[in-house]
Design a protein around this ligand. Structure first.
Ligand SMILES: Cc1cc2nc3c(=O)[nH]c(=O)nc-3n(C[C@H](O)[C@H](O)[C@H](O)COP(=O)(O)O)c2cc1C
Length: 195
C-alpha cells in the first residue's frame, strides 16, 4: 500500500469484530510507532497493551473514574447508563493500547516535544495498522486524564497519557458511520510567505 492511500483511507473505527489480532501483529504496529521522529532520539514513549481480562480490568477502571466524577444525587438508572456506555466504549475493540510520554522536570520542560513525537508515533501506528488490515481508533477521555489511571499504570506524576488506541478488525456487514471525517480544504489553512 502506498503512503497516500494509507493516509487517506485510514479512518477511526467504532465497530470491531471480537477477533483479537496476534501479539506479533500488535508488536509490528508498535514497532512502526517507534520509527517516528524523536528529538535527541529520546524515544521516551511507553506502551501499555490491554487484552482479555486485562482489558476488562481497564473497563472497570474507566467506570470507576466516570462514577467518581458524578454528582452524589445522581439516580441509579443514570448511573447504570454511564456504566453501560463506558463498558461499550472500552470493550469496543479487543485491544487497547495506552500511550504515555513524560514531561521532564529538568527546567526546560520538553513535554511539547515528547508529546509531538508521541503523536507522530501514534499516526505511524494507525497507518501501519491500516496497511495490515486492522481497524483502529485514537481516543482520550476522562480515563486518560485521571490520576487513577496513572496510579494503575504505575506512571510517574510527570508522565501523561496522550492516547488510548483501540485496535482490532472492523466488524463485517455492519455499516460503520465512524466519526466525523470532514476535512477543511487545505487552501483555507495555508498562508503563503513568498513575497
Ligand atoms: C488527540 C485525539 C483525541 C481523540 N479523542 C477521541 C475520543 O475521545 N473519542 C473518539 O471517538 N475519537 C477521538 N479521536 C478521534 C477523532 O475524533 C477522529 O480522528 C476525527 O473525527 C477524524 O476522523 P478519522 O480519524 O476517521 O479521520 C481523537 C483524536 C485525536 C487526535
Amino acid at each position: 500500500m502506498d503512503v497516500w492511500s494509507a493516509i487517506t483511507e485510514r479512518k477511526s473505527t467504532t465497530t470491531f469484530s471480537s477477533e483479537t489480532p496476534s501479539k506479533d501483529l500488535i508488536e509490528a504496529v508498535l514497532e512502526a510507532f517507534t520509527w517516528a521522529p524523536t528529538h535527541h532520539l529520546n524515544q521516551s514513549w511507553r506502551f501499555d497493551v490491554f487484552t482479555g481480562v486485562g482489558l476488562e480490568r481497564l473497563a472497570d477502571l474507566d467506570i470507576e473514574v466516570s462514577l467518581s466524577e458524578l454528582p452524589e444525587q445522581i439516580d441509579k438508572a443514570a448511573k447504570d447508563k454511564i456504566i453501560d456506555a463506558r463498558k461499550t466504549t472500552v470493550l469496543s475493540a479487543p485491544v487497547a493500547i495506552i500511550i504515555s510520554v513524560p514531561e521532564y522536570s529538568d527546567g526546560k520542560s520538553r513535554y511539547l516535544e515528547e508529546l509531538s513525537a508521541g503523536a507522530a508515533g501514534i499516526q505511524n501506528l494507525l497507518l501501519a495498522a491500516h496497511e495490515k488490515g486492522l481497524a483502529s481508533r485514537w481516543r482520550t477521555g476522562k480515563l486518560s486524564r485521571s490520576m487513577k489511571a496513572k496510579l494503575y499504570l504505575g506512571l510517574k506524576e510527570n508522565e501523561e497519557i496522550i492516547g488510548i488506541v483501540h485496535l482490532g478488525y472492523a466488524a463485517e456487514n455492519k455499516s460503520d458511520s465512524g466519526v466525523d471525517r470532514y476535512r477543511i480544504p487545505v487552501a483555507d489553512k495555508i498562508t503563503w510567505h513568498d513575497s
